[in-house]
Write a protein that binds this ligand. Structure first.
Ligand SMILES: Cc1cc2nc3c(=O)[nH]c(=O)nc-3n(C[C@H](O)[C@H](O)[C@H](O)COP(=O)(O)OP(=O)(O)OC[C@H]3O[C@@H](n4cnc5c(N)ncnc54)[C@H](O)[C@@H]3O)c2cc1C
Length: 392
């Protein structure tokens, strides 16, 4: 049986992925210096993914060097793309051939914009996957100067991008195409505000039309409608890496790793899974990724100390939607994410949204200085007992 207590050998904890969940986990693992922590990242930078629509609209850069985020912390940093996992050997293989073994792994590889379900997306649409792809959209908007931009996807990414681009580029005619009812998870007041705000910004909204195929200048919808465009931004859904499924982890239909109440892989319990990569019962978001990262770190330290591991509990409080930087919609929700009647809108909403964005960044900075400081709202019901949200 593994024993790490009482001065026996250090455990090696590898954190795979340096997004919101992985960063918070790596920083928090330093609550004790008893174990060796290695952070593996494909990128040398931490990317504030929740601001990528800002890069697309005005070129704002939203990344910072990982070396700055972990400055002074005893965390080993390995830069490289993980190409393969060998869970039976507790080993990670990087694309350059480097092999890393672990005693515990935190899998935090996040998600990307989904491209596989709809033909033509990779060839004809821009995506907000990383700062470079967002910057390419910005350059393209400037280069062409004016035209029709079709934003496909009525989720947070699509709404925020459509509003921000319409606000900054009045010469572009922006249309938002949503497969369902826009803002279906908001209160009636929230939905009304969202529609009115988009209208004020000149964004045309088409609802209940699912794009099924893209060509160079048009989107074909499942119901037969055709939408022409000069440029398309695809924000239709998120999809996760196929690595987990290919490596033999138990995954759901979308490829997210199935986890128990403590966020351990049900097929490989020495692997904790956090953020968008986990089929955890929580919606994908940095709001859920940070607490999951913190919980995984706490659980691993408890587990290595032979302490009982607790279920992850998370209670929602708000949904924050940026509608251009002068307008925002804050939908208050109950701990299970059901909308309350109360909303905060307009400039106060934009201020709250900006504070929330800054808060995610400062959460990491504070955790760097004071490991263990990050705290969150915990619901009565463990997250894993909730129904799994869809990826759309
Ligand atoms: C425009 C936009 C706006 C958004 N707004 C909000 C919002 O307002 N609120 C909210 O809660 N959520 C929002 N989201 C969603 C949020 O960004 C994600 O849910 C969140 O980033 C998930 O965090 P994560 O740590 O799981 O993964 P990520 O942030 O995706 O990080 C994953 C990390 O893993 C690394 N990685 C991936 N594959 C490999 C590999 N093979 N090898 C090595 N490293 C790898 C990546 O480089 C990255 O560093 C938004 C997303 C977008 C795109």
């Amino acid at each position: 049986m593994e024993r790490w207590k009482g001065g026996q050998a250090m455990a090696h904890i590898v954190v795979a992925g340096a997004g919101y969940a992985g960063m918070l986990a790596a920083l928090r693992l330093r609550k004790t210096r008893a174990h060796q922590v290695t952070l593996v990242s494909a990128s040398p930078n931490f990317v504030e993914r929740i601001r990528l629509h800002q890069t697309a609209a005005d070129g704002t850069r939203v990344e910072s060097p990982l070396t700055r985020l972990i400055a002074g912390a005893p965390i080993g940093l390995v830069l490289g793309r993980i190409a393969e996992l060998q869970p039976a050997r507790r080993e990670i293989l990087l694309a350059d051939g480097t092999a890393l073994t672990y005693d515990r792994l935190i899998y935090a590889l996040g998600s990307q914009t989904g491209t596989s379900a709809v033909p033509g997306v990779s060839a004809y649409a821009h995506r907000l996957n990383n700062p470079d792809s967002a910057a390419r959209l910005y350059a393209a908007l400037l280069e062409r100067h004016a035209g029709r931009l079709l934003v496909v996807g009525g989720g947070l990414t699509g709404i925020e991008a459509a509003a921000e681009i319409a606000k900054r580029h009045a010469e572009w005619q922006v249309t938002l195409l949503s497969a369902g009812t826009l803002g279906a998870d908001l209160s009636p007041r929230g939905q009304d505000y969202l529609r009115a705000a988009l209208r004020r910004k000149g964004v045309s909204v088409i609802e209940n039309q699912r794009a099924a195929r893209l060509e160079a200048d048009r989107a074909y919808c499942a119901g037969g409608a055709v939408e022409s465009f000069d440029m398309c931004l695809w924000a239709g859904s998120f999809e996760v890496s196929k690595l987990a499924a290919q490596s033999g982890f138990a995954v759901d239909a979308a490829g997210r790793i199935l986890v128990d109440a403590a966020l351990r892989s049900i097929s490989h319990p020495e692997v904790y899974v956090v953020g968008d990569a986990a089929a955890s019962g929580l919606r994908m978001g940095c709001a859920t990724a940070l607490p999951m990262g913190a919980h995984a770190a706490d659980s691993i330290l408890a587990d290595l100390d032979d302490e009982p591991v607790q279920p992850h509990r998370f209670g929602y409080t708000v949904r924050c939607i940026s509608l251009g930087r002068d307008d925002g919609l804050i939908q208050l929700v109950d701990p299970l994410d059901q909308p309350r009647d109360r909303i905060i809108t307009g400039r106060p909403g934009a201020v709250v949204k900006e504070l929330v964005c800054q808060g995610t960044w400062y959460s990491l900075e504070i955790e760097r200085r004071l490991p263990g400081a990050f705290t969150w709202n915990r619901a009565e019901v463990p997250s894993s007992l909730r129904p799994l949200p869809s990826l759309a």
